[in-house]
Design a protein around this ligand. Sequence first.
Ligand code: CP
Ligand code: NVA
Length: 311
Amino acid sequence: KVDLRGRDFIEFTDYTAEEIRYLLDLAIEIKGKQKNGVPYQPLQGKTIGLIFEKSSTRTRVSFEVGMFQLGGHALFLSKNDIQLGRGETTHDTAKVLSRYLDGIMIRTFGHHNVTELAQHADIPVINGLSDAAHPCQVLADFQTVLEHKGKLEGLKMAYVGDGNNMAHSLMLGAAKMGMHVAIATPEGYEPDSAVVEQARSIAQESGSQVTVTYSAQEAVKDADIVYTDVWASMGFEEEQKIREQAFAAYQVDEELMKGAKPDYMFLHCLPAHRGEEVSAGVIDGPNSLIFDQAENRLHAQKALMAALMSE
Ligand code: CP
Ligand code: NVA
């Protein structure tokens, strides 16, 4: 009896495990339909606006293609090309766009831009990445894990790298779904302590464990899933050199992977830098599912748009 019509999708904290599972099951169902050539077009006549303040390959293409496949239309709105980039307020932008569109996706820097847009918009707002969170990616990641492991609950996911938007959404999502999660970062690059607290309190209900450590080896020990992300996220490019030093001992490579379960899945949201956060041997090796993840962005976001934006 899950009904998500009209809801925003900003972070996993806003959703119950049942609602997330509903979206994942719908994503798998929609993927099956698409593979078998069965049309699924619940969003005919609907339009989504895609606001981008940062670059994107996967998010832009998967939302545009996904909306087309659902029977609707997507508008690419580069922040620099709309008045928002010239100082029109988020409030006014939200009110105006709500008169034309049926949903908005926004990729931005400050997370408050997403929450403020959602607060003032009368239509669903989807977080397509902020500095604090990337829940659309994690939806696709969990779909990929379900497809390969048949479950989420009780698995152990290790994340090695920067305590960034990916670390946050993976932690919160895993805690919701009863998946154990271990985050390993260098000192000074820990995830936001408020998010760790939130994840731990959610984990108490779901029975999962949230670990934060400086030891990549400890995090990866007996992991079913090993995840990493870039050392310098969008907006942190000028710290690239200093981060290369800070993260040098945190590369996900063949040696580190000896501690994971033999059938571990390697995941990365992409874009990736071989020889930095991950060795070519791991990311291009047999346990890597990076392109399944990327594909599932399409299916998971189709499920999300259908659930939030249907009549
Ligand atoms: N993973 C991801 O969000 O990729 P893009 O930055 O290419 O959208
Ligand atoms: N952490 C990365 C993810 C990119 C999809 C960034 O924010 O740039």
